[in-house]
Design a protein around this ligand. Sequence first.
Ligand SMILES: [Zn+2]
Ligand SMILES: [Zn+2]
Length: 278
Amino acid sequence: MSSDPGAGGDRRGRRLPFDGHVHTSFSPDSEVAIDAYARQAVELGIREIAITDHVDLDPRAPAYACASFEDRRKAVRDAAHRWAPLGLHLRFGVELTYERAWEDAARHHLQQNAYDFVIGSVHVGADSPYLASRVEAWIAGKSLPEIVAPYFQEVEAAARSGLFDAIGHIDFVKRYLAPHVPASDLAAAPELLEPVLRALVETGTALEINTSGLRQAAREMYPSPAAVARYRELGGERITVGSDAHTADHFAWALSDGYAAAEAVGLRPSLERQPVAA
Ligand SMILES: [Zn+2]
Ligand SMILES: [Zn+2]
């Protein structure tokens, strides 16, 4: 049974190489045990999972000092040991919240702590104009480029930082704008995403196809297949795919759609590290 209204039944991916973005009880917004994902992966024929719990560097943010690096590392390594005999590979990753204001802290964290895969993502933090309490006032009287600029400027800076193997959900702002600005408006202005796509290509940072958007208000992936195609046109070669599950039943959710968008442009998703260290 699916908890997604309108999701149309079980959309979990099957027989796929990996789910590259999931959250466990080491994230403040998830209660899932690693084994709950691992069990499904074995059942569904998914050979690898990147466990990518949140790390926030702003002391006001929910995943600031939520769980220690060592506790997270040990939990994933212990689980990896348990599941390896069943053919499942568990990768110790992280989803680090990026903001320019905290870039030095992000660099320091990654110098001190070794992960197998690092996603950098821009979220909607304490100062964000996209918070539900602020977004309507933010939008009022602004053009679409003005509305999205704060989000896309941060995402571009995340790619330019060179700190990350992949950038997560590059147009996640669609989720927060959805009640006011439909995703179709953004789709009609693809030039707004162009600087982000160029930054990914120029730095060799992977584009994440995050399928959680299909179960959220935007009702499309982050980013859409059209943006994936544009990334490829610009010379992009590196793609990762993740469900961004925060609950067990969202593991691998719509993952096939993400793989299909990559394969449509001739790319095979992978969890390769960023080749050039920051
Ligand atoms: Zn995220
Ligand atoms: Zn996430």
